[in-house]
Design a protein around this ligand. Structure first.
Ligand code: PMP
Length: 359
């Protein structure tokens, strides 16, 4: 029996994708072998890789002047990849701090350059994003980096910051393809796969081509965007199985009406869950309503002693992964693309019943 899995990542996958992968596992389309057994240089795998990239381009309506890279090392690798690929030693870059993942990106970037934090939302306990138009991006900044969706805090930017001529770089790990995104406003968009794209092991980097060729000499080859773009992301052996599975997920998103269709479904799911939380005196969500994430919904109960029973009883009822991040506690429901509305409704039904018993 499959449960509703609210884990923040690795996260729930579309059942249709798992079934398709299962049916192709031993013999991929008459090749007589599994995708995981194929040479990454074989025509079969090169085709799988190219198809996934083409689907990503079409789903995001990517202009031709963007490269799409499929790399390893996670979004964490790109916390270093961004400064190492975009700047020379001695550079300055602008960052926005909206929570845990911003902080990690900033800490890593400080190893390589001078970080200027333009906005720090600690005063609201990371329940807000800076108001639109409030960021004063220095003209000498090599780029502006922000975290599009804070997976732990459940804070999502409802707008793309304007940085003038300075390239905007965003960590879209926990929100990519959940709703339309105008990539032409960005220099770089990167995202770990294990939330909305597929299994762990792969990070997608979408980079405007004029930003290639700026890497430091010492950038590790495995995260060298320029070298990877020239090698179709196959400078070394890529995570072939993850790449194939991402391709299947992208095909599934197309069947759901693309990012527009996903966006409508995700809006409905988020409205349903936040609506239930707001309507109750028992549950609360601390995030500014204008910056609430559609993907990660943290919530609290009035008494911290009820958190463990909530998570345990929910798991018994087939609702898995609802514990908050270990750094913040509370509860968190991650409702990525693959979480159906029925799963959100089942969670709300459980919450209502738990409140009735404990409220
Ligand atoms: N950024 C965000 C927004 C994340 O949610 C995560 C993972 N939860 C990371 C970065 C780090 O990703 P990885 O573990 O793939 O390095």
């Amino acid at each position: 029996m499959r449960v509703y899995n609210f884990s923040a990542g690795p996260a729930t996958m579309p059942l249709e994708v798992l079934e398709r992968a299962q049916s192709e596992l031993l013999d991929w389309r008459g090749s007589g072998m599994s995708v995981m057994e194929m040479s990454h240089r074989s025509p079969e795998f090169v085709g799988i890789a190219a198809e996934a990239e083409a689907r990503m381009r079409s789903l995001l309506s990517l202009p031709d002047d963007y490269a799409v890279l499929f790399l390893q090392g996670g979004a964490t690798g790109q916390f270093a990849g961004v400064p190492l690929n975009l700047t020379a030693p001695g550079a300055t870059a602008a960052y926005v701090n909206t929570g845990a993942w911003s902080k990690k990106a900033i800490t890593e970037a400080k190893k390589y350059l001078d970080v200027r934090v333009l906005a720090d939302e600690s005063a609201s306990n990371y329940a807000t994003v800076p108001p639109e138009g409030s960021l004063e991006v220095p003209a000498d900044a090599a780029y502006l980096h922000y975290t599009l969706n804070e997976t732990i805090g459940g804070v999502e930017f409802p707008y793309v910051p304007d940085a003038g001529e300075v390239p905007v770089v965003t960590d879209a790990s926990s929100t990519i393809l959940s709703r339309p995104l105008d990539v032409s406003r960005f220099g770089v968009v990167y995202a770990g796969a294990q939330k909305n794209l597929g299994p762990a092991g792969l990070v997608v980097v979408i980079v405007r081509k004029d930003l290639l060729g700026r890497a430091r000499r010492e950038v590790p080859s495995a995260i060298d965007w320029t070298a990877m773009a020239e090698a179709d992301s196959m400078l070394n052996t890529p995570p072939t199985l993850a790449w194939y599975l991402v391709g299947l997920v992208l095909e599934w998103i197309e069947q759901q009406g693309g990012v527009a269709g996903m966006g409508e479904r995700n809006r409905a799911k988020a409205e349903l869950l936040y609506g239930a939380i707001d309507a109750s005196d028992f549950y609360s969500n601390p995030v500014d309503p204008g910056a609430r994430s559609w993907m990660n919904v943290p919530f609290l109960v009035p008494d911290g002693a009820l958190e463990k029973p909530f998570v345990a009883q929910a798991a018994e009822a087939g609702l898995s992964g609802l514990g908050g991040h270990r750094s913040v506690g509370g509860m968190r429901a991650s409702i990525y693309n693959a979480m159906p509305l029925e799963g959100v409704q089942a969670l709300i039904d459980f919450m209502t019943e738990f409140e009735r018993k404990n409220g």
